[in-house]
Design a protein around this ligand. Structure first.
Ligand SMILES: Cc1ncc(COP(=O)(O)O)c(C=O)c1O
Length: 335
């Protein structure tokens, strides 16, 4: 990280140098393992070696990126006319563009992030046995620690998990209530004969509203949908964390409890799409007073614990470890 990134231009060179020294000092302390939540002199706040911050001149805490990039990939910057032509040739469908015509590829966050040194190193010691792999045990323990689920099915990507869920639980004519769909979810659920029923809050699309949980499910409408179609046609209720297609809006845990009540009343399972779970958990911590003092780990465990099924396309933050997990609940046994 360069100190120029956090020092505004109007400061003198000596000020910038002194700030840079301080930041380097903080960074060196990070490496030395300064205890979590330690206040360094004059407002430099270290929250943990993974969550370091520096106080900006406005008083605002700015997060520090405690990584350095060691592998680089060549990018192409074609002349603007060539890029325009490429867009036209692709019929304005970004899936049909070739990367040689793309400067910054922001089509997806699925599996396109850089790997850490630890991830690359662990590939060398991975157990690639055809069956009985120790790497599976490691992954199972990690998934269990985060989601608290015992039954885990690894798949290559989130959409594969959606396919398995859809083929296992959805039959033609079924209706699946949810806060909002994701493209691959809609494809798999519909291919298996299901119909999506999006029952978001009235605030969900009000851009100027500062309602904190626009990803909430409308509880009144949820019960009405179940009564209209009957429990036999509702295999599960799907809650998507940080609803991707409506701008990353979160749901609250209070809303999850309400959904759980309805699910229990009618004996229906809940499915958590945990693709963007961390962001939702963070917003719960910021915005839901009951969870202000809970750790992200505790919030994740609460969210996961309220659902029978969880899909986690882990390729968004770590590579290739998407999973479907389900506890032996009465609902699963019933199915
Ligand atoms: C909410 C949601 N569900 C499912 C998926 C599918 O995951 P994957 O890209 O790993 O197939 C995504 C991917 O962006 C997503 O955002």
């Amino acid at each position: 990280m360069s100190s120029a990134a956090i020092c505004p231009k109007k400061f003198s060179t000596s000020f910038v140098i002194s700030q840079r020294r301080r930041i380097l000092h903080i960074l060196s302390r990070c490496k030395e393992g300064v205890p979590a939540h330690m206040e360094l002199n004059e407002g430099y706040v270290m929250q943990s070696s993974n969550n370091a911050q520096v106080k900006f001149y406005t008083g605002e805490n700015i997060p520090l990126e405690l990584h350095k990039v060691r592998v680089v990939q060549k990018l192409h910057l074609r002349p603007i006319q060539r890029r325009y032509d490429a867009l036209e040739e692709a019929g304005y469908n970004t899936f049909l563009l070739n990367t040689k015509d793309v400067f910054l590829d922001m089509l997806t966050d699925s599996g396109v992030n850089a790997m850490s040194d630890n991830q690359v190193a662990s590939m060398m010691v991975a157990d690639d046995a055809y069956a009985g792999s120790q790497s599976f045990d490691k992954m199972k323990a990690a998934v269990e620690a985060v989601f608290g689920k015992r039954l885990i099915l690894p798949v290559h990507q989130g959409r594969a998990a959606e396919n398995i869920i859809a083929r296992t639980f959805i039959k033609p004519g079924d209706v699946i209530p949810m806060n909002y769909h994701f493209t691959t979810t809609k494809a798999h659920f519909e291919l298996n004969g299901g119909t999506l029923c999006e029952i978001y809050t009235p605030e969900a699309f009000v851009i100027h509203s500062d309602f904190p949980f626009k990803g909430n499910l409308d509880i009144g409408k949820l019960e009405a949908v179940i009564q209209q179609y009957g429990t036999e046609r509702v295999p599960f209720i799907r809650l998507e964390a940080s609803t991707n297609l409506i701008g990353g809006q979160p749901f609250s845990i209070a809303n999850m409890y309400e959904v759980r009540k309805i699910a229990d009343k009618y004996g229906i399972m809940m499915l958590l799409d945990a693709s963007l779970l961390g962001e939702n958990a963070w917003m719960i911590k910021q915005r839901e007073p009951e969870f202000k003092n809970k750790s992200i780990k505790e919030i994740l465990a609460t969210m996961s614990g309220l659902c029978e099924l969880v899909i986690s396309p882990a390729a968004k933050s770590v590579r290739r470890a998407a999973a479907v997990s389900a506890p032996m609940s009465r609902h699963c046994l019933k199915k």
